[in-house]
Design a protein around this ligand. Sequence first.
Ligand code: FAQ
Length: 325
Amino acid sequence: MYSQGLIGADGRTAEDQDFLNRFQARIDDEQKIEPNDPMPEGYRRTLVRQIGQHAHSEIVGMLPEGNWITRAPSLRRKASLLAKVQDEGGHGLYLYSAAETLGVSREQMTEELLTGKAKYSSIFNYPTLSWADIGTIGWLVDGAAIMNQIPLCRCSYGPYARAMIRICKEESFHQRQGYEIVMKLAQGSPEQKAMAQESLDRFWQPVLMMFGPPDSESQNTDQSTRWKIKRFTNDELRQKFVDATVPQAEFLGLTIPDPDLKWNEDKQGFDFGPIDWDEFWRVVKGKGPMNRQRVEARQKAWDDGAWVREAALAHAEKRRAMAAE
Ligand code: FAQ
């Protein structure tokens, strides 16, 4: 995710202190920034990076679950999984459109993804090895996504905030369908319960990593919070997620794989054990279990779709020529 390229950097914006102060005053006043409004180049670039990575995550995120559509255990499960994966594709499309309002094209963003310049969420570089993983992804990955994305509905950039409202509604359905799958397994045979537990064991740490590095290592949080792109820090959201999820696991009769997990009366939240940040950075830098396969799948889809893009352009050109006659 998070393109670090120079997409859209025009280097021409006059950003004297007066301009920056006026912009910050609009942000502090909770005014929404719209595509044609003047904005600092850094604000625009931060949004292109974040929205672009978010869009890529939604699209790449279709792959681990898509892997199970043909193997879903019943027609009902297949229909809801199909709908869920399709929703994620829709989210990617709204988000690419939101990023395009900032002057970057879908082609540029895709190129950055395929060349590895732009990132996507680390979580999608893990494989889905069992049916229980589909439940765990809905329950925990969509659960973490909602925790992170509800505050984005109040992001200062109008098109991103508005896209997030619909996305969050759909994500909450996804979270429930995942929780229901895990619940059925947890209440099923000992083998099914063991499958749910094994999946939770594998996904717990990678899910906590979704919120990004600890605040002390997060280079973007301070500025993004000042611009009200982010409303909470990475650690704050991670803590909220843990506090919301522990009682859900207890209800399911599953054990969160963390011996240090303990209720802390003083902070009214759970303490939890260390996260393997070396693994996080390895995955972010392209060395996760599925990075290569994920990018190859996107490259193939882009290549296979070339004729559609060419046909659509030729059609648009023909219509333009006819209208001009
Ligand atoms: N993976 O300075 P920060 C979903 C990078 S959607 C990879 O803290 P920031 C739905 C970060 O880019 C999931 N890289 O960064 C679904 C930066 O590097 P850079 C995606 C990561 O932007 C469910 C560096 O580390 N959600 O799941 C990750 O302020 C099921 C330092 O980090 C969003 O994208 C990571 N996890 O905060 C779909 C939400 N974390 O770019 C299908 C929007 C950090 O400077 C199936 N994004 N990095 O080179 C955000 O809220 C923020 O971008 C954060 C990161 C919170 C993710």
